[in-house]
Design a protein around this ligand. Structure first.
Ligand code: NAD
Ligand code: UDP
Length: 321
């Protein structure tokens, strides 16, 4: 039997590269696509020798063409870290809107099922906690994070419209803060920021008073949830994340303990519109997909720390933000 063919956009990024690995492991033919704006080919270089992997360097905000049959599309291309999308706001808006439109059109032309990567940021600075999928969110459209949040909200809206009006098979995953090996040490997200600072012997920068919360999900759990959602028959948004909530101050203290650094927490200004709390309600994923996270923070952080520690020295020292 011939292999199922899947297109993964954002393939050279953190989540995209782990998804490529997973679908290769399941014996799919994987077509990776990425313009490398925040990604790194080293994340997928181990796949280049495989006959069931191909890669296109391409910006999906322009027209997307892929030769041959396609069974599935995973649209993961988008800057994902606040400092990235503040640096490249227009590209962020375009990949969530125009990029999604192109991939929905491609899915329709090929008769493929498409899963789009949405985010807990569609809930903005939430006034309910934990956040269930029914919550409509609290987003400032014209604030600095609006370029990402509104692009993803538009992405969800157009994906649902293709489902409703064209009968396209669509899936929407709302991803909550996910971490693991292959995050960029300098992408500004809190985990690589803290571990990078610890490795360089710098103080750990907590933004605000550190009372804001996040709930961190290990990448293997996230990939398993996405895999199950793709193969399910549920077209509406599903939260995938780990409900174990922690304040950023406590998180900093955990990183200090994990890395054994003698540095301390220092406090910096809180970025505008930084959500005060975030925790997924995962009852839908549990009921529909039989999914829940398996890897606790202690184990996930240990694996991730080992990864960052093994990077070449000049990479650990290099900061470009
Ligand atoms: P990442 O920056 O590591 O990966 C994104 C990839 O998309 C990069 O390789 C980048 O080069 C590529 N890309 C960006 N714009 C593109 C374009 N126009 N054309 C082609 N490729 C393009 O980020 P990530 O953490 O792996 O996030 C992947 C997806 O998951 C994103 O859509 C993001 O919004 C979503 N997400 C991630 C998280 C998380 O915690 N990691 C949380 C919520 C949502
Ligand atoms: N944060 C911090 N120090 C840093 C980087 C981030 O205290 O060096 C905080 C940030 O203000 C936010 C939380 O950590 O409250 C998570 O930030 P991140 O950028 O990882 O993701 P977000 O969930 O905000 O998209």
């Amino acid at each position: 039997m011939s292999r199922k063919r899947i297109l993964i956009t954002g393939a050279a990024g953190f989540l995209g590269s782990h998804l490529c690995d997973r679908f290769i492991k399941e014996d799919y033919h994987v077509i990776g696509m990425d313009n490398l704006i925040t990604g790194d080919l080293r994340n997928i270089e181990h796949l280049f020798k495989l006959e069931n992997f191909e890669f296109y360097k391409h910006d999906v905000s322009t027209f997307v063409h892929v030769p041959g049959q396609l069974d599935y599309i995973l649209h993961f291309a988008s800057p994902a870290s606040p400092i990235d999308y503040l640096k490249i706001p227009i590209q962020t808006l375009k990949v969530g809107s125009l990029g999604t439109h192109h991939l929905l059109g491609l899915a329709r032309a090929k008769g493929a099922r498409i899963l789009v990567a949405s985010t807990s940021e569609v809930y903005g600075d939430p006034t309910v906690s934990p956040q269930p999928e029914e919550y409509w969110g609290n987003v400032n459209p014209v604030g600095p994070r609006g370029v990402y949040d509104e692009a993803k909200r538009f992405q969800e809206a157009i994906t649902m419209a293709y489902h409703t009006f064209h009968g396209l098979e669509t899936r929407i995953v709302r991803i909550f803060n996910t971490y693991g090996p292959r995050m960029r040490l300098n992408d500004g997200r809190v985990l690589p920021a803290f571990i990078g600072q610890a490795l360089r012997g710098e103080d750990l920068t907590v933004f605000g008073d550190g009372s804001q919360t996040r709930s961190f999900c290990y990448v293997d759990d996230q990939v398993e949830g996405i895999y199950r959602l793709l193969l399910s028959d549920y077209p509406y948004p599903v939260n995938i994340g780990n409900p174990d909530e922690i304040t950023i101050k406590q998180f900093g203290e955990e990183i200090i303990k994990l890395t054994g650094t003698t540095q301390k927490l220092v406090y910096k200004e809180l970025p505008v519109d930084d959500p005060k709390q975030r925790r997924p309600d995962i009852s839908k994923a549990q009921e529909l997909l039989g999914w829940e996270p398996k890897i606790g923070r202690a184990e996930g952080l240990r694996i991730t720390y080992e990864y960052f520690r093994s990077l070449p020295d000049q990479e650990i020292k290099h900061k470009d933000f």
